[in-house]
Design a protein around this ligand. Structure first.
Ligand code: FAD
Length: 390
């Protein structure tokens, strides 16, 4: 759809998953879109600063419906390599497994590679003639006015001016910081006491999956847990979650890490390989987890709006951060269409209608840590008895 009601120059700050989808949706309406991303192009061999947030992600109906809304054919292309996960597979200390289905009618979520998804979306941006993508443009500040928004960047990059700004620059959003100067924004940021470390379960000898392919695997151990999501090549991306102090205490020695992993995840270590996993555990980045809430999401005159993690970073236990970011794009486009391109009305209505939902999902995501790490265990697992005895 290209429409004279949707005219103007828009900057999308951030070429992550949400920024890319927003750019495509805006370009399809006819806006002149410039995407400004501070990293190098991740598709280039020479790129050194990749987005390390997670190797794979779960996309659910919420995200898929939003992709379909923006472009059904694109959605099909982007999701060609997903691995459906029809339920959680719970692993107890004795290696027994129990499947908890997500639904009785085959409902499932889907695992896919973050890097492939992001790169495929960037390829799509290149095909749309009213989108320009500028890498290595790190936004530092925005001079807001009624008519023109001037973006300034590091490293003497030239300033650029736009009619309006879409901030999709993630949880540490500079756009959000700049908006706080122009609008009375309530803002809350909180780190939870949980560290995550990504580990790797390779494919078996003939490329086969070493765990059941169509499950999200969980080794729930109360205050800490291990999860594994399948990749299409037969491997699994495994993530360990635990309070920071527990991780710090383990880091004292290699022996301690080894003992801990063998005691708590013996079946996983059998197939992951204890020595390589210990090295990964020690050397891989230790990630913090943060929640962000703000209100409103936009400048009251329609000159800027926040989408995705910039507006509502959430902990990953509900697998909904990207999914909600994609939904943000759908909801915003519906409002722009409904109000015939009147940004002021569309943006203000967006905050009015979206805030409650985003606060709710943020809360659900936090609560789901308890569900995944404790409540999924049933009596027959006898887990806590074993841990207490240890
Ligand atoms: P980001 O992905 O953070 O992208 C922001 C972009 O903006 C980046 O490319 C960054 O380089 C750029 N940028 C930042 N500052 C500037 C600047 N000043 N100037 C220019 N560019 C800038 N979500 C799910 O839906 N399902 C899952 O299964 C899931 N699993 C997760 C697992 C983990 C371990 C973590 C940490 C998160 C997970 N999430 C999941 C959440 C998901 O990763 C985020 O919600 C999603 O990446 C948000 O996308 P975004 O585009 O808003 O932000």
């Amino acid at each position: 759809m290209s429409d004279s009601r949707f005219q103007g120059k828009v900057a999308v700050i951030g070429a992550g998953l949400v920024g890319c989808l927003a750019a495509i949706a805006l370009a399809k309406r006819g806006y002149d879109v410039t995407v400004l991303e501070y990293r190098q192009d991740p598709r280039l061999q020479s790129t050194t600063d990749r987005n390390l947030r997670s190797i794979n992600l779960a996309i659910s109906a919420r995200g898929i419906d939003s992709l379909k809304y923006v472009d059904p054919e694109l959605c099909q292309r982007l999701l060609h390599d997903v691995v459906p996960m029809k339920g959680r597979m719970i692993h107890d200390l004795d290696g027994r497994q129990k499947e908890l289905l997500y639904g009785i009618n085959g409902e499932h979520i889907n695992s896919l590679s973050r890097a492939t998804l992001n790169n495929d979306m960037l390829d799509e941006l290149d095909t749309l003639e009213n989108i320009t993508v500028c890498f290595e443009y790190k936004l530092t500040n925005i001079d807001w006015s009624e008519t023109k928004q001037v973006c300034n960047f590091t490293n003497d990059k030239p300033s650029k001016s736009f009619d309006f700004i879409v901030g999709a620059d993630g949880c540490f959003s500079t756009t959000r910081e700049q908006m706080k100067r122009g609008v009375r924004m309530d803002y809350k940021q909180e780190y939870i006491d949980c560290c995550y470390i990504e580990l790797y379960l390779p494919p078996g000898k003939n490329g086969q999956f070493q765990l059941t392919k169509n499950n999200l695997h969980i080794w729930p151990r109360g205050k800490f847990m291990l999860i594994a999501l399948p990749n299409s090549d037969g491997s699994f991306t495994v993530t360990f979650f635990a309070p920071w102090k527990q991780v710090d205490d383990l880091m004292i020695s290699e022996t301690k890490v080894k003992q801990f992993l063998l005691e708590n995840f013996p079946d996983a270590m059998d197939i992951m390989g204890i020595d390589s996993t210990v090295q990964e555990f020690i050397n891989n980045p230790k990630g913090p987890l943060m929640c962000v809430e703000c209100n409103p999401y936009s400048m009251s005159n329609g000159s800027g709006i926040l989408l995705g993690d910039a507006a509502h970073s959430m902990v990953p236990f509900y697998g909904q951060g990207m999914n909600c970011g994609f939904e943000d794009v759908r909801v915003l486009m519906e409002l722009l269409d409904k109000y015939k391109g009147d940004r002021q009305v569309a943006f203000n209505t967006y905050t009015d209608t979206r805030f409650k939902d985003l606060v709710a999902i943020n809360q659900l995501a936090r609560e789901n840590y308890k569900v995944m790490s404790e409540k999924v265990t049933s009596k027959w697992f006898n887990l806590y008895k074993r841990i207490d005895e240890a």
